[in-house]
Ligand binder design. Structure first.
Ligand code: CO
Length: 168
């Protein structure tokens, strides 16, 4: 079942997540729920803390619609610089230019605990960095000016009120 996406700012999004040590059925269930939540919200990536689980787990969408399931990821290498217009399911409808590395090499575990390495570039590299940032407690708005960030924070406050009203 899809879970509600946590809206920024929330402590679970601004705190670093805990490494995964239990590669059991609970992890598989979390990954399935994250995928449903991501698809429902039409996202191209999602981190576990965006559905309220402070665990080092994320999904990174490929161009073909399939996803990398990344557990305990670490960025091993970074090179080049590129700017993309970036958005986030936890900061709905806000798009801002963010500079990131053009290429990254990432080491991660799959849901069985096996280690893998992947080299990504362009948009895919951007998504890897965005999701790994989430796991470290960072959201893309952290890269914006204080003024832009407070404007977005005001909009998110209004959005929270609207969402709450819909639920009540
Ligand atoms: Co995001």
């Amino acid at each position: 079942m899809a879970r509600d996406i946590v809206i920024w700012p929330h402590k679970v999004l601004t705190s670093a997540t805990k490494p995964v040590t239990d590669f059991g059925p609970g992890l598989e269930k979390l990954l399935d729920e994250m995928l449903e939540s991501m698809r429902e919200a039409k996202g191209i990536g999602i981190a576990a803390n965006q559905v309220g689980e402070s665990l080092r787990v994320a999904l990174v969408g490929r161009e073909d619609g399939t996803v990398f399931e990344i557990v305990n990821p670490q960025v091993l290498e970074r090179s080049g610089k590129v700017t993309w217009e970036e958005g986030c399911l936890s900061v709905p409808d806000q798009w801002e230019k963010v500079q990131r590395y053009e290429k990254v090499k990432v080491r991660y575990q799959d849901k069985t605990g096996q280690w893998h390495e992947v080299a990504a570039e362009g948009k895919l590299a951007h998504v890897f960095q965005h999701e790994i940032d989430h796991l470290d407690g960072h959201v893309f708005v952290d890269y914006l000016s204080g003024l832009k960030r407070s404007l977005i924070q005001e909009r998110m406050k209004k959005l929270q009120k609207t969402l709450k009203r819909k639920k009540d």
